[in-house]
Design a protein around this ligand. Structure first.
Ligand SMILES: C[S@@+](CC[C@H](N)C(=O)[O-])C[C@H]1O[C@@H](n2cnc3c(N)ncnc32)[C@H](O)[C@@H]1O
Length: 414
């Protein structure tokens, strides 16, 4: 691997070398629990990721939570990036890559392929695939400059995998998928692991699956955000815009949700907010990802509501997360998850903010679900399976079934 020198400004104004930046990034990835195993730590300590995006500020490229956007489409949607180091580390850990393995990555950028190449070592092989020739050109350049010769870079639609190099011990998908084309399962070795940012009823989680014959069984679920799939498998969410004024945008992201009455919901948003509180508290650093996925698996009409920073800052919605908040929609009214401080500075209380003629009642329903979750499901984790389309109901685990074109995805809790 080449070592190209580079310097950047430290916070105390002294220059930080690229190795210092990498060490700092790795220290933080360990603190965040994203990089856990010594081999993953070593891989992240050695790949000079800044060389993949030479026009970017080097210090930024080594920030654990920062993705480097490399392409945006005509609608303004980000369609390609080098993923944030934390997300890459999390997925690579989920994949459990061992020396000598044959690994397929769908969605290239070069950097993640270099981490995979470090982990499989000289005796292994990595195939990285992207639909966009600009991206594969850049990935090839990066892998050549950095000296990773055990990686094949291919331009093609990931829908069909890469049959020439199958079977794969591991398949790592680094683009949001709403479905799982049959090629992915067929090209994965029996017992092999497949890691995918899977969108289920509007919520994306990177799920580690293990192949068990004709279906996949989950072995770990993590919160994430990824750019949408292009090509044959493209299935973007639709936006129902409830407010759009001078950079302030509030929208519902519709996946397989019923078509909303947008005019009525716009009027609802302009009406006063009714707040209901659940008595259910969470620790300040406790993630709501399990609660949100559970809610999505029990409530039929629960899209995520997103708001631009300007809309959030002006308090148009009482929610801060850029990934969106679960929002229960019922006709002309809706209610979304919110929180308030408690007397204990380390805990906050879950509540719901309702808008519209039935806003209070919808908020009460959401609050009841928080209480059910707290009483019966809080310590449970999602168990996700992927079965081929056409699998009869009686052969599926009991739980929520999401029907896609190629697959039947099930979510159960235990
Ligand atoms: C988040 S980026 C990949 C990041 C990369 N793995 C890295 O090194 O961090 C997602 C990529 O998926 C690609 N992509 C989208 N749809 C695809 C498809 N159907 N087949 C292959 N690649 C696809 C995009 O062009 C984009 O470059």
């Amino acid at each position: 691997m080449a070592n190209v020198p580079g310097m950047t400004e430290n916070s105390d104004k002294s220059p930080a070398s690229e190795q210092e930046l990498r060490d700092r990034m790795v220290k933080r990835l360990i603190e965040l629990g994203a990089a856990r195993s010594p081999r993953v730590v070593a891989a992240f300590r050695s790949v000079p990721r800044h060389l993949a995006t030479p026009d970017e500020d080097m210090a930024k490229v080594y920030e654990p939570e920062t993705a480097t956007i490399t392409k945006t489409d005509a609608t303004g949607t980000q369609v390609s990036s080098v993923s944030a180091p934390r997300i890459q580390a999390m997925q690579v850990e989920q994949a459990d890559i061992q020396p000598g393995m044959n690994v397929l990555e769908i969605g290239s950028g070069g950097v993640n392929a270099a981490y995979l190449a470090e982990l499989v070592g000289d005796g292994g092989h990595v195939v990285t695939l992207d639909i966009d020739p600009d991206i594969t050109r850049r990935a090839k350049d990066f892998l050549r400059v950095t000296g990773y010769s055990n990686v094949s870079v291919i331009t093609a639609d990931g829908e069909y995998g890469v049959p020439d190099h199958q079977p794969y011990d591991r398949i790592v998908i680094t683009v949001q998928a709403a479905d799982m084309p049959p090629a992915w399962l067929h090209q994965l070795a029996e017992g092999g692991r497949l890691v995918v940012p899977l969108r289920m009823r509007g919520m994306t989680r990177t799920v580690a699956f293990v192949r068990d014959g004709r279906h996949l069984v989950s072995d770990g679920v993590e919160l994430c955000g990824f750019v949408p799939m292009q090509g044959v498998g493209e299935n973007r969410m639709r936006l129902a815009v409830l407010h759009d004024v001078e950079g302030e945008e509030i929208a519902l992201r519709l996946d397989d949700h019923p078509e909303p009455d947008v005019e009525a919901l716009r009027a609802a948003l302009r009406s006063p907010r009714a707040e209901e509180w659940s008595g259910v508290t969470l620790a300040g650093d406790e993630s709501k990802e399990h609660l949100d996925l559970w809610l999505a698996s029990v409530l039929d009409n629960l899209p995520l509501m997103t708001a631009t920073p300007a809309a959030r800052q002006r308090g148009l919605v009482a929610a801060r997360t850029p990934l969106g908040v679960p929002t229960l929609v019922d006709g002309d009214s809706f209610a979304y998850r919110t929180v308030r401080a408690t007397e204990d500075p380390d805990r906050f209380e879950l509540g719901a903010a309702g808008h519209g003629p039935q806003g209070k009642e919808v908020a009460e329903r959401l609050v009841e679900e928080f209480q059910v979750w707290n009483g019966e499901h809080r310590r449970q984790r999602a168990h996700i399976e992927v079965h081929p389309a056409g699998t009869p109901d009686e052969q599926l685990p009991v739980g929520r079934v999401i029907d896609r074109w190629h697959t039947r995805i099930t979510i159960s809790w235990s």
